[in-house]
Design a protein around this ligand. Structure first.
Ligand SMILES: [Zn+2]
Ligand SMILES: [Zn+2]
Length: 221
């Protein structure tokens, strides 16, 4: 409701071409989707299966990523995460919907829990909103099965500390059903440590199949 009122007051501009009307116009959306490549989410090397190469040992068996964190996708994710453009969750969820195949019936969507301080800063839980929107589009349940056991900020951490922080980052709340497929949702993957440990937490609790879907892959440089 408030979103609608705000968008009437100040119309959205496309993050790619600046066209008035939406945050992502159909053309720019098409460009993002058509550039989406099958690379290993953990190492960035080409993968033959979805998102997992033959070398990396990962607790998830399939992964999808909309694209690299650059250009239009970077701007769209950026305004969503850092400029409080809450309504971008719709466009971002549609991008995920576009790159994901048909998922097994009953697949449970599990958002990576957001650091509480970041929820307060933004005024919304960006990953949860994204997961719920995708759940509505795909008619799949969303369960907040993971909570953060530490609230350490990751934004300025080095690759090594990120790994260490992520290792102890999640606790499971609720039960895991080994007959159900789980799909972890995250916004940006950098080293891949976060989704790796989240998937491991679900596997350790008995999940037999864990998949991952993320918006963007950031290459560390
Ligand atoms: Zn555009
Ligand atoms: Zn790999």
């Amino acid at each position: 409701m408030i979103d609608t009122l705000l968008s009437l007051a100040a119309p959205h501009h496309c993050c790619g071409c600046n066209k008035v009307g939406s945050l992502l116009c159909p053309n720019c959306k098409y460009n993002i989707i058509s550039e989406s490549k099958n690379v290993c989410l953990a190492c960035g090397r080409p993968s033959f299966g979805p998102g997992v190469c033959n070398t990396c040992k990962l607790p998830y068996s399939r992964a999808w990523c909309v694209g690299e964190r650059k250009d239009v996708l970077q701007r769209l994710v950026g305004i969503y995460k850092f400029e409080r453009t809450k309504s971008a969750y719709r466009d971002l969820a549609e991008l995920l919907d576009d790159i994901l195949p048909q998922l097994p019936i009953g697949t449970v969507i599990v958002p990576i829990p957001t650091v509480p301080a970041h929820i307060r800063e933004r005024g919304y839980d960006h990953t949860l909103l994204l997961a719920r929107r995708l759940g509505r589009i795909r008619k799949l349940p969303v369960a907040k099965l993971l909570v953060r056991s530490t609230n350490t900020m990751q934004r300025h951490a080095t690759a090594a500390t990120r790994g260490l922080q992520a290792k102890s980052a999640f606790k499971l709340v609720g039960n895991v059903d080994k007959n159900i497929n789980y799909l972890i949702i995250d916004d940006v993957v950098t080293t891949g440590a976060t989704v790796r440990y989240a998937a491991k937490a679900l596997k350790d609790a008995g999940a037999s199949q864990v998949w991952v879907a993320v918006l963007a892959r950031q290459t560390l440089d």
